[in-house]
Design a protein around this ligand. Structure first.
Ligand SMILES: N[C@@H](CCC(=O)N[C@@H](CS)C(=O)NCC(=O)O)C(=O)O
Length: 88
């Protein structure tokens, strides 16, 4: 199961939106970035302490666009194949 560390109103939304679009099963671990107490789970996967972060088995990533590229490369693509696009 893919885990996304993030919040509803942050760049995490990009990753969550993509996984909803792709129909990928995932778990969203909400992180309150305004809390005075750092989230230990996020700190463990991203010592630089920003969101989103993603864990997919032994793959751990940060950077929202890079995470989206990874998901589309591994589970995608997001766009229809040539036949589906009605072209050609
Ligand atoms: N370039 C990074 C930016 C990540 C970023 O700045 N995240 C914000 C939330 S949208 C954050 O965690 N800010 C808290 C902090 O930097 O302390 C990405 O696209 O993932």
């Amino acid at each position: 199961m893919i885990t996304v560390f993030g919040g509803q109103t942050s760049r995490s939304l990009r990753v969550v939106w993509l996984m909803e679009e792709m129909g990928l099963p995932y778990r969203l671990q909400q992180v309150d970035m305004l809390s005075a107490t750092p989230d230990a789970a996020l700190l463990a996967v991203n010592p630089a302490y920003y969101i989103p972060a993603m864990q997919d088995g032994d793959v751990t990533m940060v950077e929202s666009i890079a995470i989206m590229e990874y998901l589309m490369a591994r589970y995608g693509p997001l766009w229809p194949d040539a036949a589906g696009a009605g072209g050609g």
